[in-house]
Design a protein around this ligand. Structure first.
Ligand code: G6P
Length: 611
């Protein structure tokens, strides 16, 4: 969602802002803008892409060494030049960019209107700009005090960076709910909503916490709370390389990330599987292991693809650790009245570590006294900081909006956790335990092999790229894979697709099947193999087109399906890590052939920081 970038120092700010905004494009946005403070504050903003903004400013004065930039994903008010950020207060004293939602903006707007303020946009952000200015002018206080006072009146979430024309030596930033990170250079500071625009300049960063306010001059960083308590900034080092954020010769980030999976899965289990393949260590869970072993129930929460990984986790924890598991959409869970006890373990899964609904669900679980764990990819993000303990997926930056390597990394962590807990609960013999570790260790090589069949997936994509609907069917571990396959297709190709448990097909979707309906059936060998064979026959009996994912050497399904895509033999508990890959590539190729923007699909955001 909205992306923020800021700079103060001696360098020319414009290229820093534009490059930063380009780095943030992956988050999803509909308009972009910058503001540069020289003698006056110049604001340039445009609906559309960052390149439209570049074109727009090509004949403007963009010199200066202090500035802010923003990519907007519309919440209040449609995408337009006017609603784009930065927003300027009525008398021009303040210009600000904002990520998040001011929930009481209507009340604040009413009060400000009564005091003579008028508004040019439909945004909640402009209300905040005017509220700050009102307090500043009325109270005759400094910009910092006006901002802190204004924030005490705000209900909602924000990541903010503010320029004040009367105090041109500083940027003021504040965070509640929406992430902000400050990069520390020499006589310069960078600001961004995540580390991607910063890493090419510095690796020393400070993550803002909720209610922090940063007053940043080019050679000084002062950190306070909204209520004016001084804080000591905690400087951390980024574990990111600039090359991780480049396409490295691939046409799209999504394709690069699909092909990275053998390595990213290996990175997920590196140092966690012992080199003799006889033991497992999850350092992040060490202190909470006694509570985990004694847990009465596991509740997994997440959104989108992370929720699908959670479903695989449900089967893994049931099978290997014999623990009851519930998997919940964070957005539903947070607004229900869920029964959570101190004996529950809540596992929040999130690639970004910033999803607003997941963060809110974590809060609920913490208040109920449950042990709350995180499985996240982005190091230093909010969820790992809000949870009691957790495991990073270490898949590296995922830039494509459609999640691919994050999913397989999440499933890898869930598998490692369930194997470890099952073992510690005394449920897995040496033989089973060692075998599972060996199987996991072989996944990268099997995936490497699987990826050599890319051209085959491309051929199938060519045949069905014009379809209007797709159905994805799977049973057991393959049901979440079916959901994930369908999600990938609809996200990036805009073809309607549904994932279904194969047996449930008879209770509805079977009515949709005709000679035009491609049905992707995940049918590798597992304990329900014979049942899925019957489901394939049911589809064929209605003239549906069957594209089956099968175990190498399967001749039974080959004789009845229209197309088979083979995957290597693998323990059924881990096979979702393989089976999902042909589905990712099938969606990718279909989307490319349909001319879709694969890395930045319409309306979607990579990191959903508003509810
Ligand atoms: C967005 C992304 C999805 C992602 C979901 C959850 O919808 O486009 O790819 O699965 O958010 O995000 P998270 O960062 O919490 O895994």
């Amino acid at each position: 969602m909205c992306g923020i970038v800021g700079y103060i120092g001696d360098k020319n700010v414009y290229p820093i802002l534009i490059n930063g905004l380009k780095r943030l494009e992956y988050r999803g946005y509909d308009s972009a803008g910058i503001s540069i403070l020289k003698d006056e504050i110049q604001v340039y903003k445009k609906q559309g892409k960052v390149k439209d903004l570049e074109k727009f400013v090509s004949d403007k004065d963009v010199t200066g060494t202090i500035g802010i930039g923003h990519t907007r994903w519309a919440t209040h008010g449609e995408p337009s030049d006017v609603n784009a950020h930065p927003h300027t207060s009525e008398n021009g004293h303040f210009v600000l960019i904002h990520n998040g939602i001011i929930e009481n903006y209507a009340t604040l707007k009413n009060k400000l209107t009564k005091r003579g303020y008028s508004f040019y946009s439909e945004t909640d952000t402009e209300v905040l700009a005017n509220l700050i200015e009102y307090i500043y002018l009325k109270g005759k206080v400094s910009a910092e005090i006006a901002i802190r006072l204004a924030l005490t009146k705000v209900i909602g979430a924000y990541g903010l960076v503010i320029l004040c024309k009367d105090e041109p030596d500083k940027l003021i930033a504040a965070r509640k709910g929406s992430p902000l990170v400050i990069g520390i250079g020499e006589n310069e500071y960078f600001l961004a909503s995540d580390a991607t625009p910063i890493v090419e300049y510095t690796k020393s960063v400070v993550y803002l916490n909720n209610d922090d306010v940063a007053i940043i001059k080019k050679n000084e960083l002062v950190l306070k709370t909204v209520s004016n308590d001084t804080l000591v900034p905690k400087v951390q080092q980024l574990d990111l390389e600039i090359g991780m954020m480049e396409k490295n010769g691939y046409d799209h980030f999504m394709l690069k990330e699909i092909f990275e999976q053998p390595r990213s899965i290996e990175n997920t289990f590196r140092g966690r599987i012992a080199s003799d393949l006889k033991s497992l260590h999850l350092g992040g869970l060490y202190n909470v292991m006694p509570r985990l072993i004694e847990a009465k129930r596991i509740i997994i929460i997440g959104c989108g693809t992370s929720w699908h990984a959670g479903l695989v986790g449900e089967y893994l924890f049931e099978d290997l650790a014999r623990l009851p598991v519930e998997v919940e959409y964070a957005s539903e869970f947070r607004y229900r009245n869920p029964l959570i006890t101190k004996d529950d373990v809540v596992i929040a899964i999130s690639q970004s570590g910033e999803t607003a609904d997941t963060l809110a669900a974590i809060q609920l679980a913490k208040e109920a006294g449950a042990l709350v764990l995180g499985i996240c990819n982005v190091v230093g993000s909010s969820i790992p900081r809000e949870t009691d303990a957790g495991v990073y997926t270490h898949a590296g930056p995922e830039i494509g909006v459609a999640s691919t390597k994050a999913f397989t990394a999440q499933v890898t962590v869930l598998a490692l956790m369930s194997i470890l807990i099952g073992r510690k609960r005394g449920l897995l013999s040496d033989e089973v335990f060692f075998q599972l570790i060996r199987e996991m260790n072989q996944i990268p090589a099997k995936l490497e092999y699987l990826l050599t069949f890319n051209d085959q997936y491309k051929k199938i994509a060519e045949m069905y790229k014009e379809a209007n609907n797709f159905l994805y069917l799977g049973r057991g571990y393959f049901f979440p894979v079916a959901l994930e396959g369908a999600l990938k297709l609809k996200e990036i190709s805009y073809i309607h697709a549904e994932g279904y448990p194969a047996a449930e097909m008879k209770h509805g979707p079977i009515a949709l099947i005709d000679q035009n309906m491609p049905v992707v059936v995940i049918a590798a060998k597992d304990k329900s193999y014979n049942k899925i064979v019957s489901n394939i026959q049911e589809v064929k009996a209605r003239n549906g087109i069957v594209i089956a994912i099968v175990t190498e050497g399967d001749t039974v399904i080959k004789s009845m399906a229209d197309h088979v895509l083979e995957i290597p033999k693998c323990d059924e508990k881990l096979v979702s890590l393989l089976a999902v890959v042909p589905l990712q590539l099938l969606s990718y190729h279909i989307a490319v052939m349909r001319g879709c923007n694969v890395d930045q699909p319409r309306n979607l955001a990579k990191s959903v920081t508003v509810e």
